[in-house]
Structures are given as structure tokens and as C-alpha cells.
Design a binder for this molecule. Structure first.
Ligand SMILES: Cc1cc2nc3c(=O)[nH]c(=O)nc-3n(C[C@H](O)[C@H](O)[C@H](O)COP(=O)(O)OP(=O)(O)OC[C@H]3O[C@@H](n4cnc5c(N)ncnc54)[C@H](O)[C@@H]3O)c2cc1C
Length: 348
């Protein structure tokens, strides 16, 4: 089959790998001009390790382990009040996201077609396939289209409905960026959490840099769609009375090259497929960063979808249904955990 995947981060390239191995022709369209250079780290738990192993990249991924040793809990004056083990945030293995996506891209780049700097504009499906137009490229017809394009999935919007129907806000938003490691953190994190806000700082892979995460209570995930200037104002307002390192960190935020604003939200859908269109990863079932399961879900979802397609003998409806039945209980448990953990990060 000729299959189009929208989104080249984790779920998209992982799915492309399995589909190519099963003999399909795969095109990946990614809106960013190149693989994204995200500043934060992602972790893996459970069956995701088997998927990485079967893809032949587990050792390579392990080589990027951030090697976190633990997290100090501090009060508003920076005085230590307790400690958390590294696994609390880092799972069984944690790597910078940019390293994971670079590995997945390298693994697939020779076998599937990557189109960067473009996006699907329209989708129309009939019994012959899905007719797709793009923002920039030439139109095409595909047997299947997969949305692996994250929480604000364009494929989901076009094939299922507007974001507000599916994106559930968990009551907090945050900004992430890196700055000089002026606290001298060495494979350690520091967490200051108070009602309605949390500040988490860590340094691992690059000893000179410190990753900053500032989160606070908010009422809508739509803030993610605002421009950076407006988002910075919202962060400053949300943390205006916070002490400790926050005033300095707010100044560093303005200078940051890798500013990323995102809200803790989940994607909840009754059905992950519509005709020849199917969703995988955050696009269909984001569990929120607070679950620590998004990357594992993306890998397991991609693997399961490709496997069910291979077993279905070309019946994509049966394959999509079997994929959803298999992955949905796992997602439900992760989403439950994501909601509970959001409270610890200051969700209102
Ligand atoms: C701050 C933060 C911290 C996180 N921490 C963790 C963690 O510790 N552990 C963990 O497991 N998970 C974590 N996550 C979640 C994790 O990053 C995601 O769950 C995971 O990346 C999902 O992968 P995905 O491929 O489904 O979607 P994404 O990684 O969101 O990728 C979607 C891709 O689609 C592209 N795209 C978007 N729109 C279009 C379009 N119209 N056309 C083409 N391409 C498009 C995007 O550019 C992007 O490359 C965190 C997320 C954030 C924001």
C-alpha cells in the first residue's frame, strides 16, 4: 500500500520503519523544516524497550542515557526539604528527545520519503483512497493516511473535528528552555513545587547547560497556539510572585533559543480511525507529559498498528479496530496516571 504519515517525531518514523519492513511505500510529511531540536528529555517504560530492541536501536538509544542521579526537593527559599529517586521522572531510561528522533530518522531515511516544511491542507476519501492536497507540494492519492502529528494534529482536525472536541486541559501549562548551568547541577534535578506552580531544573547530558521547566495553573490549552511574545507574558504573569530562582529564570527565558510553551493536556477520542485515516501517538491519545508515557505510547502504538495491518491481509478497517482494541486499555491507564501526576506539577 501507499501510505502517507503526517508528523516526523517519534510515532511517525517508528511507524514508517515497520510499514516499510512490511513492504509498504511510505511518505512522511513534517511541518518543521528539519527534525525538531527539542530541549527536553523523554523516558521509556515497559514494552517500549521490546519495540526499540526489535527495531535494532536499543543499544544506540541507551548510549544517550541522561544518567540522572536524583532530584532534590526545595522550598521557596531554595532550602532542601527532601529527595526523589531519578526514576520518578526518568523512568527506566531517559534520553534527550532530539537524540531519539535523530536515531529514528537515520534508521528510516534511506527507505521512506521524508518531505520537510510542508503540511496536509485537505483530505477527501472515497473507496479508491485518500485524496490529499498539501500546503506546498503536489496533491496525491494514498491508500491510507496516518496522523502522527501530535496534540494539535492537522489530520485529526480534518478527519474528525476541531481540537476543542478532543483536547482536554489538565489545568496547567509550562515553558521549557535551556540556559547556562549556573547552579552547577550534575546529573541532578531540583524541584520546587507549591500550589498552582512548579519549577523544575536539571542538568544531565550537557554539563554546561541546565534545562528549565516553569509550570503554573492555567485554564486552557489553547495558549499553546499563541505567539511566543504573548506566551512569555502569560508565564511572567503566572509566576510574578514566585521567589527562589524564578526572577532570574524569567529573564533567561526571554533570551532562550529553544523556548517551548506547552500545556498539560490529554487527547480523548471515542474512535482513533475514520475510514482510511488513523491516528497514532499524541495525535490520537496523548496522556500528557506528566504521565511520562508519551514516548512509550508512541512507539507501542506504531508497532501495534503496523503489526495489525500486516495480519489483516489488506483489510485496513479490521486492522485499525484490532489496533485500537489492543492499545486503548494501556492508554487509559497512562492517562489516569497523567491526570494524577499533573497535580504534583501545580495543576489547578
Ligand atoms: C515539555 C514536555 C516534556 C515531556 N516529557 C516527556 C517525558 O518525560 N517522557 C515521555 O515519555 N514523554 C514526554 N513528553 C511527551 C512526548 O514528547 C510525546 O508524548 C511524544 O513525543 C509523542 O510523540 P508523537 O510522535 O506522537 O508526537 P510529537 O512528538 O508531538 O510529534 C508530532 C510531530 O508532528 C509534527 N507536526 C505537527 N503538525 C504537523 C502538520 N500539520 N504537518 C506535518 N507535521 C506536523 C510536529 O512538528 C512534530 O514533529 C513530553 C512532552 C513535552 C511537551
Amino acid at each position: 500500500m501507499d501510505i502517507l504519515i503526517s508528523g516526523a517525531s517519534v510515532a511517525g518514523p517508528a511507524l514508517a520503519y515497520w510499514l516499510h519492513r512490511a513492504g509498504h511505500q511510505v511518505t512522511l510529511v513534517e511541518r518543521a523544516p528539519a527534525m525538531r531540536d527539542s530541549g527536553y528529555a523523554v523516558d521509556f517504560r515497559g514494552d517500549a524497550f521490546d519495540v526499540l530492541e526489535q527495531m535494532g536501536v536499543l543499544a544506540e538509544v541507551r548510549a544517550h542515557d541522561t544518567g540522572m542521579r536524583g532530584i532534590d526537593l526545595v522550598d521557596a527559599e531554595g532550602v532542601k526539604t527532601g529527595e526523589l529517586p531519578a526514576e520518578a521522572f526518568a523512568g527506566e531510561l531517559e534520553v534527550p528527545k532530539r537524540d531519539l528522533t535523530a536515531i529514528l530518522h537515520r534508521l528510516t531515511a534511506g527507505d521512506v520519503r521524508y518531505v520537510f516544511g510542508d503540511s496536509i491542507r485537505t483530505l477527501a476519501q472515497d473507496e479508491t483512497g485518500v485524496h490529499v492536497t498539501f500546503e506546498r507540494g503536489e496533491p496525491g492519492t494514498f491508500d491510507l493516511v496516518v496522523g502522527a502529528d501530535g496534540v494539535y494534529s492537522t489530520v485529526r482536525r480534518l478527519a474528525f473535528g476541531p481540537h476543542r472536541e478532543f483536547v482536554r486541559h489538565l489545568g496547567m501549562s509550562g515553558v521549557g528552555f535551556t540556559t547556562d548551568n549556573y547552579l552547577g547541577l550534575d546529573h541532578r534535578g531540583v524541584l520546587h513545587s507549591a500550589p498552582g506552580r512548579a519549577v523544575y531544573l536539571f542538568s544531565a547530558a550537557d554539563a554546561d547547560r541546565m534545562t528549565v521547566s516553569l509550570s503554573f495553573a492555567t485554564e486552557s490549552s489553547e495558549l499553546d497556539l499563541l505567539d511566543r511574545g504573548r506566551q512569555e507574558e502569560i508565564v511572567r504573569a503566572g509566576l510574578s510572585d514566585a521567589g527562589w530562582e524564578v526572577p532570574r529564570l524569567l529573564k533567561e527565558m526571554t533570551a532562550a533559543q529553544d523556548f517551548l510553551f506547552s500545556s498539560a493536556c490529554q487527547v480523548e477520542m471515542d474512535r482513533w480511525y475514520a475510514g482510511r485515516v488513523v491516528l497514532v501517538g499524541d495525535a490520537g491519545y496523548c496522556a500528557a507529559p506528566t504521565s511520562g508515557m508519551g514516548t512509550s505510547q508512541a512507539l507501542i502504538g506504531a508497532h501495534t498498528l503496523a503489526r495489525r495491518l500486516a495480519e489483516s491481509g489488506g483489510d485496513h478497517t479490521a486492522a485499525f479496530s484490532a489496533y485500537e482494541q489492543r492499545v486503548r486499555p494501556y492508554v487509559a491507564a497512562n492517562q489516569q496516571h497523567g491526570r494524577e501526576a499533573a497535580k504534583m506539577f501545580g495543576a489547578g
